[in-house]
Design a binder for this molecule. Sequence first.
Ligand SMILES: Nc1ncnc2c1ncn2[C@@H]1O[C@H](COP(=O)(O)OP(=O)(O)O)[C@@H](O)[C@H]1O
Ligand SMILES: [Mg+2]
Length: 279
Amino acid sequence: MSETAGGMGTVREAGTVCSAARISVRNLTLRYGSASKPTLDQVNLDVDSGQMVALIGANGAGKSSLLRSMVRLVEPTAGTVSIGEHDVTNAGRTKLRAIRRDVGFVFQHFNLVTRLTAFDNVLQGGIAKQSRRCVVPAFAPGEARRRAMEYLDRAGLAEFAQRRVDTLSGGQQQRVAIARVLMQEPKVILADEPVASLDPVSGEAVMGLLHSVAAERGITVVAALHHIDLAVRYTERIVGLRGGRVSLDIASRDCVVDELSVIYSNDPASPALAMAPML
Ligand SMILES: Nc1ncnc2c1ncn2[C@@H]1O[C@H](COP(=O)(O)OP(=O)(O)O)[C@@H](O)[C@H]1O
Ligand SMILES: [Mg+2]
């Protein structure tokens, strides 16, 4: 079974082009419970519409916390986040739900419904934008079914549409997860270690897919990555977190790998293990 995103170059342009969204993070601070030190310590970050950014840092640096704070999957202690024209941090429940519909989240472990087919998983990605009838895949409108097939095709997985996702490889499951997120027609994709569970070839296919769909549709992407080589090749900007602060912010093309070691060196503010970049 091919792990490359075969067919990606030959498939149709899928769906409508989404308008992009700028992300603006201001003095974002997050303190879990009664922890003595904040996990995020006045983080400032601006990501332009359509920009693809790699978020790097040692384990425990706060990458997941930052991504989750951006849509208040964890509640920040202080500071603000805006996505497009929306103030995320001050949004009420209804507004927050609307904002989250524009933000696709891709997780390390795919978060698919394992007993469903690839097609039905993708179809369910559009639930938030459709009527309640979509909850039962068999009752989904024809238009939603057409789009789901189009996104699967875009991910190079049309031939696996009717396979239960738990029979697919990790790389294929992650591509299903990306197709699922595309059903949302997101303006932003936040990806938390999307290739950490994958072999190198599958990781390339997933990053290639993310990069190309983001470029086609002008989607803003922030992806936490441990693989510096993938960050350099597939993103345009690398932001490093250390001890809950932004300690590096460079164009990927200017990346000098040796200089990244500071990001992974032992950090008195974050005693979690130092992790060497994988090259
Ligand atoms: N739900 C939580 N409750 C308490 N502490 C947490 C929670 N999630 C993460 N942390 C702590 O916050 C720090 C940053 O974690 P995380 O954001 O997962 O970092 P990364 O994704 O860079 O590995 C770690 O010290 C971690 O133990
Ligand atoms: Mg993490």
